[in-house]
Design a binder for this molecule. Structure first.
Ligand code: DP6
Length: 338
C-alpha cells in the first residue's frame, strides 16, 4: 500500500478546492514518551506508541491554491529555495492531495525556531492538514486528520490536540489503526521550560537518524519494551497527577532514546557541550530539593519540566528559560483568522 492509496481512504481524488485560501494554526507538542523508529516508512508507521503534551506555541499556515505557476513556500515571509529539503518535504506532502494542474502557495510562520529539535515539523504538518481540510471542505475528524498529518511527519499526528495526546502505534499493515487521540486529563500546574541552547539546523534529520538507529543499534532492541513500560507509568502519572512519576519517566525515556542513538553506527549525537552542562544543572537543582526534570528531542535543546510552585526557584537558576503553560486557560482559543 502506498501513501496515495492510503489517502484515498479519506479524501476524494482530484476533488476541486472549495475556496482559494485557508489558514490554520496547530500547536507544537513535546513527547514525554518518545517516538523513535518506524515499522513502515512509506505509511510512516511507528515501532511504538508515543505520548505528548502540546504547548501554547506553534505554526500558523496559510494555504493558497490556484491553476497557475508553481508551488511556492514562504517561511516568515521569506521564500524557501525550491532545492531545499523543507520545500521538497512540504510540496511532496501536498502532492498527496493535489488536484490535477493545481499549485499551492504555503505561507508559514513559527513561534519557535525551525529545525532545532523544537518540533516545528510536528506543528507544521498539523497546521497544513487543518488548512487543507478548510480549503477542500473535508469533514474529517481529528483521528482521520492525525493519520494524514502522520504521512508528513509522525510527531505531527499528536499536534492536532490540546493537552496530553497519545499516538497509537497500531498493528495493521494498512496503517488505519495508527492514529493519535486526546488523553482526557488536565494539569494546570504543569510547566515546560524551553531552554534554547542553539538554533542551528540539526545535522541529521529525525527520519534518517531513526533509520540509522533501528538498523545499527543493539540497544534499540530493548527500546520497544522500555516504551511499553514508560507508557504505563506515564498514564498512571497523568491520571494521579503524580509529578515525580511523570518527570522521572519522561527524563529516563528521553535519555534512553539518546542512548540508542549514541550506540548506533555511526553514532548519532544531538548533544552539544551546553546540553550536557544543562542536564547536569537540572540534576544539581534537583539535588537542592526542587522537582525538576528534563527531556530532549532530535536537537541540542532542553525542555525542562516542573510545577508552578517551583517556578521562581527554577527561573532563578536558569534565567534564559522560556516558560510555557501547556494547560493555560484560553490557549485553546488561539485560532488564526480565516
Ligand atoms: C525525537 O516526527 O520528526 O521528536 O516521522 O520522520 O517526520 P518523522 O519524525 P519526527 O520525529 C520526532 C522524534 C522525536 C520524538 C517525538 O516527538 O516523539
Amino acid at each position: 500500500l502506498d501513501k496515495y492509496a492510503f489517502v484515498d481512504h479519506f479524501v476524494q481524488k482530484n476533488a476541486l478546492p472549495h475556496k482559494e485560501m485557508a489558514s490554520a494554526f496547530a500547536k507544537t507538542n513535546i513527547a514525554l514518551v518518545k517516538y523513535w523508529g518506524k515499522r513502515n516508512r512509506e505509511l510512516n508507521l511507528p515501532v511504538t506508541s508515543s505520548l505528548s503534551v502540546s504547548l501554547p506555541v506553534g505554526t500558523y499556515t496559510t494555504l493558497t491554491i490556484g491553476e497557475n505557476g508553481s508551488d511556492e513556500v514562504f517561511v516568515s515571509g521569506k521564500k524557501v529555495d525550491t532545492e531545499s529539503v523543507f520545500y521538497k518535504r512540504t510540496t511532496s506532502f501536498l502532492d498527496l492531495f493535489r488536484p490535477k494542474n493545481f499549485f499551492f502557495t504555503v505561507e508559514t510562520k513559527n513561534d519557535l525556531p525551525t529545525g532545532a529539535g523544537l518540533a516545528s515539523s510536528a506543528s507544521g504538518f498539523a497546521a497544513l492538514v487543518l488548512a487543507l481540510q478548510k480549503l477542500f471542505n473535508w469533514s474529517l475528524d481529528k483521528k482521520a486528520l492525525s493519520m494524514l498529518a502522520r504521512l508528513g511527519s509522525g510527531s505531527s499526528a499528536r499536534s492536532l490536540y490540546d493537552g496530553f495526546a497519545i499516538w497509537h502505534k497500531g498493528s495493521q499493515e494498512n496503517g488505519l489503526d495508527s492514529f493519535a487521540e486526546k488523553i482526557d486529563a488536565t494539569w494546570p500546574e504543569l510547566r515546560m521550560g524551553l531552554w534554547i541552547l542553539s538554533e542551528d539546523e540539526k545535522k541529521i534529520d529525525s527520519k534518517n537518524a531513526m533509520i540509522q538507529t533501528t538498523q545499527t543499534s543493539f540497544l534499540y532492541k530493548a527500546w520497544p519494551e522500555q516504551v511499553a513500560n514508560d507508557l504505563e507509568k506515564m498514564h498512571e502519572a497523568i491520571q494521579n497527577s503524580d509529578f515525580t512519576l511523570l518527570g522521572t519517566t519522561a527524563e529516563h525515556n528521553a535519555l534512553s532514546m539518546h542512548a540508542t542513538m549514541l550506540s548506533s553506527a555511526p553514532s548519532i549525537c544531538y548533544f552539544l557541550p551546553e546540553s550536557i552542562r544543562g542536564i547536569q544543572k537540572i540534576h544539581d537543582i534537583r539535588k537542592q530539593g526542587y522537582e525538576v526534570y528534563c527531556t530532549m528531542d532530535a536537537g541540542p535543546n532542553i525542555k525542562v519540566l516542573f510545577l508552578e510552585k517551583d517556578r521562581m526557584a527554577i527561573q532563578n537558576e536558569i534565567p534564559e528559560l522560556m516558560v510555557l503553560e501547556p494547560f493555560r486557560q484560553g490557549s485553546d482559543e488561539i485560532n488564526y483568522a480565516e
